[in-house]
Structure formats: C-alpha cells, structure tokens
Write a protein that binds this ligand. Structure first.
Ligand SMILES: [Fe+2]
Length: 436
C-alpha cells in the first residue's frame, strides 16, 4: 500500500516510493529507495521535503499506526511506475549556423559515448600496466562517476551497450560492464553512495591482474589446457598485488579484485573461501563478473541471452549467494523462466516464458494469493498484453514463502497441479525479511 506521511515521521526500514515535489526535489540519485540509515532521513528533511509516499509492501509502515491513520493519505498505486525521463544535456550555443546540429537524443546515445570513453581509458591504463607501470586509478575515477550517473538516469541503457561487445574489445569492455552492473546492484541494495562508487571502481579494476598474464592465453580461441588455466587463475592474486602498490585504492576494490572468482561452496579460487568467509562485496563481484562473461561473445562460446544467463546462473548450486542473485535479477529488470514473482495484484506467480521483445513483461502462472495465504486456481497471464490488468511487481524467494516444500510447489505449478495444502506459507511474511 502507498501511504503519504510527514518526512519527520520517516524511519529506517521504510521504502520511499515518491517524495513531495517529485523526483527533481529528491536529494538522492534514485527516485525510490529503501531507507537504511538515519542520515538518509536527515537528508530528506534538510532538502526541505515535507512529505513522502512510502510503499508498505516493500518496507516497514508508520511506527504509530493510530497517528498514521489520522494523518496518512492512501494513494492509489500508479498503473506503471516509469522512471523519470532522462534530461538531454543542454547544447552549447555555437551561433545560428550550428543550431540545427543534433545532440544526443536518448540515454542510449549518451551511454554509448560514456562507454567509448571508458573503453579507451581502460585500454590505455591496462596497456600501461602491461608495460610495467603502476595502476593509475585516479585516471579512471571521473569515468566511474560518469557511469554512475548514467546508471542513475537509466540503468538499462549502459548495461545494454556494454553487453554488445566483440571479441577484441572484451577485456576492456568487460571491466566497464562489471563497473555498471556493480553500481546498479549496489544502488538496488540501498548501499551508501560512497560504497556504490568504490564498487564501481572495483568493477573497473577487478581483472587488472590479467595484464600480468600472457595475451596469447587470454585471447586463445579454444579451450585452455589445465596448465594454461592455472596461469590464468593467477590473475586475482597478481591484480591484488598490483593494486596494493598503487595509491588511493579503497579496500572494496582490493577485496573484489582478489575474491571475484571465489564461490560460496568453497570451490573457487584463489583461496577456496566459503560463504561465511566472503565479504558482501566479493559475493556481489562474483555475480556481476560471471553475468557479463556469459552474456558476452567469447572466442570459445556463443553469448547467452540475459534471461538464459540468469536462468542458468540460478540453477547452479554453490556458486553464488542465492539472496544476492535474486536482488541482482531484480536489478537487471528481467525475469527468467522459473523465477517466482509477486504480481501487483498481490499474488505469487512463476515465470513460464520470456517475452523476447521486452523481457520485463514475461508470461506468468499465478497460483498463490498473499492476503489470504491460500493457493488459488492457476491462471496464465501474458503481462505484455495485460499491463492495465496485472503486471510483475518484484521477484520473491520461493524458500522464504514455502520453506523446504518450495521445489514440490514449483513442480506442481509447472505441471498445472494444485500444490499440497501443507506447503502453504504458515504466516504472512514481512517484506523486509526478504532483504529487499
Ligand atoms: Fe577475473
């Protein structure tokens, strides 16, 4: 439910759906955010925002329900929560003869320019490192800011541009792509902006150690021999050593560089660390790194589509932090087959087919009513054709709703059968327990 409250009554855990005065009045990059710190509330108050609209399905409600009822105004949810339109940059005045010159029309155009500049800068920096020079992190710092700004305006644009890379530019564009993906994921998680920026830098530099690996191995068109793979596997340690010799490299950058190939079951490298030993940043880096690698055109494999990649990554056990992967999928904005989602009608549904034209609008099978906590007659819904009727609101975690019975529930829904009664969720969960 959307509720309008006084900003002074905001508290940590609330999800801000909208601020009084609109997006332009907001002191934050994003128009919507989960309040994770008192400092964010103070920032809203300092910005002179008198009221905010909170979404109680994505965060906690007012502390004093009685008082809230007295002052709250229930707002109808919008049919579509479109992000604010991106502002095109103001064109410099160049005299009447140049007024007709076209400026970048879309965020996609701006993203292409940013990515091109970033690719050149990363390429230059990597070449310098290959020649034995120190890593100049400061040189790419403005580009991390530029990428962060692009992600804030429209995350899909820059992620789309960086995914489309040819084999020759992979090494450089992979760094730019992981930078954008990490920034997008970190913002989705509501991390502080300085941490978001460090993670962007971590994306840019996570594979710097590859510059200490022979190019012939990195560019080898076929599968690597075991001894060759061992050499490539040294790149996190070599990169970490290179970054330690450089000035001003933040701890998250060092951490992601050293641990982005670790897996939560301890089968990764270089140290075989398990989930409890891996930092949040390292687990985030692992997801973003693999997602970009498998969706890119490589010498030895065809690129997977985003939905195929997310579907396969979700099926791997022991590789990624499952909760983080769920948030990552949500941050990418597409829903692979098998994803559990919550519809705006407050029903749970499973994605049964991906809409190739718009992966944000999948075909789903609704089967569970959240308010009544009951299985309902299953209905198939093409959300691309039913936007005004019902659409996907967010991803959910099956084990959270159905515990150990989730695989049976999923199989029953997949085959069109009613799941056993005992597998219904025992109590109405709170949205915050999802870690949204
Ligand atoms: Fe790597």
């Amino acid at each position: 439910m959307l509720i309008k409250i006084k900003t002074s009554e905001a508290r940590v855990g609330m999800f801000v759906h909208m601020v009084d005065g609109g997006w332009l009045a907001s002191p934050f990059w994003r128009s919507q955010l989960l309040l994770t710190r008192q400092a964010q509330i103070d920032k809203l108050v300092d910005a002179g925002i008198a009221e905010i609209v909170i979404d109680t399905s994505r965060g906690v409600g007012p502390a004093d329900a009685g008082a809230a009822t007295a002052c709250a105004v229930v707002v109808d949810p919008p049919e579509e929560s479109e992000p604010p339109a991106a502002f095109a940059p103001a064109a410099p005045y160049n005299g009447p003869e140049r007024r007709a010159r076209r400026r970048p029309a879309t965020e996609l155009d701006r993203a292409r320019e940013t990515v091109e500049r970033s690719k050149e800068a990363v390429s230059r920096m990597f070449s310098e490192v290959r020649l034995g020079h120190a890593v100049d992190a400061a040189a790419i710092s403005p580009l991390v800011d530029e990428i962060a700004a692009s992600v804030a305006r429209d995350s899909t644009a820059i992620i789309k541009v960086t995914r489309l890379k040819n084999k020759d530019e992979y090494t450089y564009l992979h760094s730019v792509a992981v930078c954008a993906l990490l920034i997008n994921l970190a913002r989705r998680m509501g991390l502080p902006e300085d941490e978001v920026r460090d993670l962007g830098m971590a994306g840019m530099l996570h594979d710097i150690g590859k510059m200490a690996v022979p190019s012939a191995l990195l560019d080898k068109p076929g599968k690597l021999e075991p001894n060759e793979f061992s050499v490539v596997q040294t790149h996190p340690v070599k990169g970490h050593a290179l970054l330690l010799e450089s000035d001003g490299v933040a701890p998250p950058v060092l951490d992601v560089c050293l641990h982005h190939h670790e897996r939560i079951d301890g089968s990764g490298y270089p140290h075989g660390l398990s989930a409890a030993q891996l930092s949040l940043h390292a687990r985030m880096g692992a997801i973003c790194d693999v997602y970009d690698a498998v969706t890119s055109d490589r010498p030895y494999k065809r690129p997977w589509s985003p939905s195929e990649a997310l579907s396969r990554m979700s099926s791997w056990t022991g590789h990624f932090d499952p909760e983080l992967l769920a948030i990552f999928i949500e941050s990418i904005g597409i829903y692979p087959v098998g994803t559990l989602v919550r519809l705006r009608s407050n029903q749970l549904a499973i994605v049964t087919a991906v809409n190739d034209e718009d992966p944000t609008l999948p075909v789903v099978r609704a089967f569970f009513d959240i308010p009544t906590q009951a299985f309902v007659p299953q209905r198939d819904l093409d959300t691309a054709r039913s936007r005004s009727e019902d659409t996907v609101h967010r991803t959910e975690r099956g084990s959270y709703w159905f515990g150990d019975a989730w695989p049976q529930v999923m199989e029953a829904v997949r085959t069109g059968r009613t799941p056993p009664r005992a597998s219904a969720a025992p109590a109405a969960p709170t949205p915050l327990a999802m870690g949204a």
